[in-house]
Design a protein around this ligand. Structure first.
Ligand SMILES: *Cc1c(COP(=O)(O)O)cnc(C)c1O
Length: 398
């Protein structure tokens, strides 16, 4: 094993998940567990369910939690909605929609895809065309990744709702909000979304390990018709007032305590303010990358400005530049942890996460660390990236 020296001072975590965990959440997660019959347990669960419902803007969905990561949340959706031969439309968004589609196939489902065009969000017209062509209504659901964390691209959920409606197709609308919830606006009921899945470690500011699903009555009824063998993931089995049934065993108390604290922080700040803060910090990051881009060696990966995620920015580098080496220098010399490229973007991008418990100084620190790493690596970049971010923040309305 390599000897890793102690690092003085604070390290900057700018991966797009896991994200920085606020002290209030750290402390909440360090409490002793309680016995399962303690009425505080039921109270904790209710607080988390109600808080998630408020965050999703739904008053009709059932919220179910799993001791799992995001892939577990995906599996919860699939185990309940996908049987052998079930057709699911998974519009192309890049790496994360590919991963979800692969998991659908692992359960014997058929993943119908729309093409993914690099740097662009989901093409709602392509979604509409596939659904229109499905005159027998064989496709039972559309699985949409709201923000693809690998590309830093956010798709227009209202446009996809309109596409489903325009095709007069009864498919369920299922949305992965893992990377967008509590960062970008989302309204489950207003969008007519039937199922939402998410995870704790991104915008929700909790340690990794808690996933959730919110399902409405139509989705619950559809699940009853699917006979895929399932137990732990089974929605019907979990609809109960008994904590032990609701969680299919002992609940992950520390994670729920952390989530309760995090939801409290979000509500104290105000959801609209949380969204505005994410948009403001994202603009500052984009301003910095645009300034660096002037030397022609790197650029924001998402072409359409409106589709740039408020959670994470993928920065594409020219051939011959090694983003992994840049990452190592940023982390080991400047204490700024950024993310690398996933799947087909491996070796082509680095990613700066700006979601969750984030403020102006943290963003400026992260950008300064990345800029310093660009310099150390001798990567040509336009001057004044950090200054451009400062100008963006200083000029931003609050
Ligand atoms: C991170 C992420 C996942 C997967 O979450 P894990 O906890 O890593 O399994 C799924 N979807 C999106 C959009 C994500 O960003």
């Amino acid at each position: 094993m390599t000897f890793l020296p102690r690092i003085p001072g604070r390290r900057f975590l700018h991966s797009p998940g896991p994200t920085h965990v606020p002290d209030e959440v750290v402390h909440a997660m360090s409490r002793q567990p309680t016995d399962l019959a303690d009425p505080r347990v039921a109270q904790l669960i209710a607080a988390c369910e109600q808080g998630i419902k408020r965050l999703l803007r739904t008053d009709r969905a059932e919220v179910l939690f799993y001791a799992a990561n995001g892939h577990g949340g995906w599996e919860a959706v699939i185990a309940n909605l996908v049987g052998p031969g079930t057709q699911i439309l998974v519009p192309g968004t890049g790496h994360f929609s590919d991963g979800w589609a692969e998991q659908v196939r692992a359960f014997g489902g058929v993943a119908v895809r729309t093409p993914y065009v690099e740097g662009h969000p989901i093409d709602a017209a392509a979604v509409e065309a596939v659904l229109r062509a499905d005159t027998q209504h064989q496709i039972s659901a559309v699985f949409v990744v709201h923000t693809d964390t690998a590309s830093g691209t956010t798709s227009d959920l209202a446009a996809i709702r309109r596409a489903i409606d325009a095709a007069r197709h009864p498919a369920l609308y299922v949305v992965d909000v893992v990377a967008s919830l509590a960062a970008a606006p989302f309204e489950m009921d207003a969008l007519g979304v039937n199922v939402v899945m998410g995870a704790s470690q991104k915008g929700l500011m909790v340690q990794p390990g808690l996933a959730f699903v919110a399902a409405d009555a139509r989705a619950m009824a559809a699940a009853e018709r699917i006979t895929t063998p399932r137990f732990y993931w089974d929605w019907q089995r979990r609809v109960s007032d008994l904590p032990y049934r609701k969680f299919c065993g002992t609940l992950p108390m520390a994670h729920l305590a952390g989530l309760e604290a995090a939801l409290g922080l979000i509500e104290r700040e105000g959801l609209a303010n949380v969204h505005a803060r994410h948009a403001r910090l994202a603009r500052a990051v984009h301003a910095a990358v645009q300034a660096w881009a002037e030397a022609g060696t790197l650029r924001v990966f998402t072409r359409e400005a409106a589709a740039r995620s408020v959670s994470v920015t993928a920065v594409e580098v020219s051939q011959g530049i090694d983003p992994e080496a840049l990452r190592t220098v940023a982390r080991e010399r400047f204490q700024v942890a950024i993310a690398g490229g996933l799947g087909p973007l491996g070796g082509r991008v680095f990613r700066i996460g700006h979601l969750g418990d984030m403020n102006e100084a943290m963003i400026l620190g992260a950008l300064a660390g990345v800029q310093a790493a660009l310099q150390v690596q001798g990567i040509a970049h336009g001057a004044g990236g950090v200054d451009a971010a400062i100008a963006s923040l200083a000029g931003a309305a609050r």
